[in-house]
Design a protein around this ligand. Structure first.
Ligand code: C2O
Ligand code: CU
Length: 466
């Protein structure tokens, strides 16, 4: 009797330990939020209304794609139909997803062929600012417009003109306002910063007017550009209070301007009066107006800011102790002016010149050109892992891990370093960073540079967790 209950208790303890190492499902799961989304060719005025519309590939015919909004704890179900002429998939960037719903072709699912549909269904464990985008030939499919916002709310958080999502993109347009298609596979772009655009939009329009409540407003900024790191400030010079990075709450801090790399999100709280406040983009050194935030004309339009507005600062999980953690060294090399002379590609050691000219490959992890079959590590479920990433190139890179958020002592906000939880980290040339995470989500997960051209040209690999 005694022994039996001891064994039972022991088993219960074991079961609990095993449970603690896997990503828990929301405890208050309730309901399914359903969307149907179609990808198809469509046109939209990215430039002024009296200029030609641009031919794009869009979700539901609009750029950005439709806002997908849900509550934490709900399940999201998206019935996706591919009306493009090419295969595609949808990836839910930043969601700590079920592996089979992650949308990586040839790794987590077969690409969805033209005319075919696929139903994505997964639980929403975390509230925050996310986005979705195509994940097949992203360098082309994102540049053509296949992305949209995904916002998961928590309880009675602010809404309406107190909670604004701004999706920014830089497009490369020719003088008839069409996408510059000849440069899609430009080796010049692929070996340098990636495809940089020449036309900035916010929510699919040039310098749009956006109504904001007076008083504190949450702005959710999403960078959907292929490669450009955007930088924003408020034209009034007013401080922006940063409350979340890549969806995850952070300890709030103030900044006069903020850089946002490809795929990153930053949630800020700013105070608006009744006039117009410019949101300025300053990455090129010249301030241009990205959007005009128009304050509510009278106080009646603005309800008092709910407490949730200031943001929940509780991290999704605390920074794990790295004593005894698995350290995975990742040496990044390649690109223009780099030190990569040759690399392994499909079982052969090839000189960089040949890799570039014959295969459009230019970047490597640990001496090998990356791809969906390039294994970086095999982790046990629940293990603490450190991706020790060394940027041995002359370029910045936006390093993204699928299925997890990692802790990093970020140098993005100043040399002092700031501990933040994020899913995409912008690394400076020469920097070494530890991306620390609990491998609590089983499956095959990509780790890659989110500058789409760098990823396509070899900067990516896979982490297996089981
Ligand atoms: Cu935004 Cu591999 O993804
Ligand atoms: Cu890169």
């Amino acid at each position: 009797m005694k022994r039996r209950s001891f064994i039972k208790a022991g088993m219960r303890t074991m079961a609990m330990t095993a449970m603690a190492s896997v990503l828990p499902l929301p405890s208050h799961a309730s309901g399914v939020r359903r969307y149907a989304i179609t990808a198809a060719p469509a046109v939209q005025h990215l430039g002024p209304a009296d200029r030609p519309a641009t031919s794009l590939w869009l979700y539901d015919g609009i750029s950005p794609g439709p806002m997908i909004a849900a509550q934490r704890g709900e399940e999201l179900e998206i019935e996706f139909l591919n009306k493009l002429d090419v295969p595609t998939t949808m990836h839910w960037h930043g969601i700590r997803n079920l592996n089979e719903m992650d949308g990586v072709p040839d790794l987590t699912q077969a690409a969805i062929e033209p005319g075919e549909s696929f139903t994505y269904r997964f639980p929403l464990r975390d509230a925050g600012t996310f986005w979705y985008h195509a994940h097949n030939k992203g360098w082309e499919q994102l540049a053509r417009g296949l992305y949209g916002p995904l916002v998961v709310h928590d309880g009675d958080a602010a809404a309406g003109t107190r909670d604004i999502t701004l999706v920014a993109d830089d497009w490369r347009l020719d003088d008839t306002y069409q996408l510059h298609e000849d440069s899609f596979e430009s080796l010049m772009d692929w070996s340098h910063q990636g495809r940089l655009g020449n036309w900035l939009t916010v929510n699919g329009a040039t310098d749009p007017e956006i109504a904001v409540a007076s008083g504190p407003v949450r702005l959710r900024l999403i960078n959907a550009a292929n490669a450009r790191t955007l930088a924003f400030r408020l034209g009034t010079g007013a401080p922006m209070r940063i409350v979340a990075l890549d969806g995850a709450p952070c300890i709030p801090f103030d900044a006069d301007s903020i850089r946002i790399a490809s795929a990153q999100r930053v949630d800020i709280i700013a105070d608006f009066g009744r006039g117009v406040t410019l949101l300025e983009e300053i990455s090129t050194g010249d301030a241009i107006s990205a959007a005009r935030l128009v304050g509510a004309p009278d106080d009646a339009a603005s309800s008092p800011a709910p407490a949730a507005q200031t943001g929940d600062t509780t991290p999704w999980y605390v920074r794990p102790d790295i004593a005894g953690a698995r350290v995975i060294d990742i040496h990044m090399q390649g690109g223009a002016m780099g030190n990569l002379e040759s690399a392994m590609f499909e079982g052969e050691m090839l000189p960089l010149r040949q890799l570039a000219q014959e295969h459009s490959k230019l970047w490597a992890f640990n001496g090998a050109i990356g791809g969906y079959d390039h294994m970086l590590a095999d982790l046990a479920l629940g293990e603490v892992a450190v991706l020790r990433v060394r940027n041995d190139t002359r370029w910045e890179h936006a390093m993204h891990l699928h299925g997890h958020h990692f802790w990093v002592t970020s140098r993005e906000f100043g040399e002092a370093g700031r501990d933040v939880l994020r899913d995409t980290y912008l690394m400076a040339p020469g920097e070494t960073a530890d991306l620390v995470f609990v491998a609590d989500n089983p499956g095959l997960w990509l780790f890659h540079c989110h500058m789409m051209e760098h990823h396509a040209a070899g900067m990516g690999g896979v982490i297996s967790i089981s």
